[in-house]
Design a protein around this ligand. Sequence first.
Ligand code: RIB
Length: 303
Amino acid sequence: MRKLVVIGSINMDVVSTVGQFPRPGETIHSRGTSFFPGGKGANQAVAAASAGADCAMVGAVGLDPFGKTLVASLEERGVGVTSVLSKTGTSGMAIITVNEEGENYIVLSEGANGQLTEEDVAAVVKWDGVYAVLLQNEIPWQTTQYVIQSANKAGVRVWLNPAPAREVPHDVLPLIDTLIVNETEAEVVSGLKVEDAATADAAAASIIGRGTSNVIITLGEQGCFYGNAKGERFTVPAFRVTPVDTTAAGDTFIGAYAAACTEGQETEEALQFATAAAALTVTRPGAQASIPSKEEIMAFINK
Ligand code: RIB
């Protein structure tokens, strides 16, 4: 099977559930607090491995007690961890508040993720047999940029999820095989407001015009939009579910889509599979804890 490599963040998520979000200056009681392994990179790796892919993680954890728990969580879900490094200091951490509607606020503390250098990556990554490398925006941009260039030279597809949102330099866009963004990220990258399929089409066209081969824009309850440089365009509808916690829905979508593509599924079918995986994730609390297996995704699609 063709391999996936995820190079990105690994966080401990400290999640408090509340009725409504507090206003600035207000103190409220939480309904409970839990610790969940998370991080956009690690979540995408777990989603890919859970959906059946051969997936390895490249990242860094701290020498604090969370570091071991975070590596164990990846390993338990079938992710290769031999290239997860340990760094002096704390692991990455995300302080998350989830309200009754399942929406969240996330405050990130980068910890060891911020210490992952291009030298670290160069020392551990081998591109032989790799189908695609998945990148996000929770490690230093310099490291991400190095990976983009190195993977391109080796002929490996680069899939970039620029989350949390930040602009992508114009000279980098032609090096991206697939850009996967939500409405906000699409707006930051394209400079165009995105709120539905028509505006997603315009934003995708602008990004493709600047050299990216494939653009996927997730639109929440409106599903997702796909466009490519060959002129193909379509939307895939969302599944209707009652949200409990939307954390890691986007990560699950990306990991499951990548897994389906490495298996040779057609784009539309792979996007339906990813949409189902993300729908299941929002019905459960936590990041990695909420990510479904391939069997669960298939059962949900066939229901
Ligand atoms: O995308 C969800 C993730 O964002 C959380 O798991 C948290 O760690 C932050 O990185």
